[in-house]
Design a binder for this molecule. Sequence first.
Ligand code: ZN
Length: 242
Amino acid sequence: MRYGIFSDVHSNLEALEAVIKAYARASIDKYLCVGDIVGYGANPGECIAKVSLLQSATVAGNHDWASVDLFSLDYFNPRAAKAVIWTKGKLNKQEADFLKSLELTFKNDDLTLVHGTLDDPALFNYLTGIQFASPTFELLNSALCFVGHTHVPGVFIQDKARRIHYFSGLTLELKKNNKYIVNVGSVGQPRDGNPAASYCIYDTDKKTVCIKRIDYDFKLAGKKIIAAGLPGLLAERLAVGR
Ligand code: ZN
């Protein structure tokens, strides 16, 4: 089984199309989306349509829920809030209903998904370091949990002795008795200094988790952000991956 797992598309159609094209060459059996399909970018409806076509299991991100009034605007900085309000005005009923239908967590026999952390997933806390990882490991009933939200790809590993390590490499070989929280990075607004779209492949036979990057036309995505009247910084940051 090969899972294609991606997160934080953020209404960036150019980045999403590049990732879908790359996945098409990778024999994916099942897609999983870790939230924030919308917010920041200029193509919310188009991105919802593309993700729906993948028939992915999808969990809610803070931008998804805020855009349909299921999460408070108080959480967001002024630029992000502006983008949430803009997005809300663009969604048709079907798109809004899709976002409203998203749940906070997903679990199957192989893995768990949550946008932020498993402890209080509705608070959308940021898992930015190993000191924040233990509550999610404690609540994790599978060997693997996939997250997004920080837009920085990387893996928290809990070994048999319950020590937690951080792994920032691109290919992870899974070991028995370890548990993993994998941040798959962001398709539409990477923040690790690399502007290329980030996506992940989990191969259950090979027991590997790979983070991949693909270039896309961030200039076009940025132009559309400016043309839509969204904050200019949301366009500028795409070029630098911050
Ligand atoms: Zn996000």
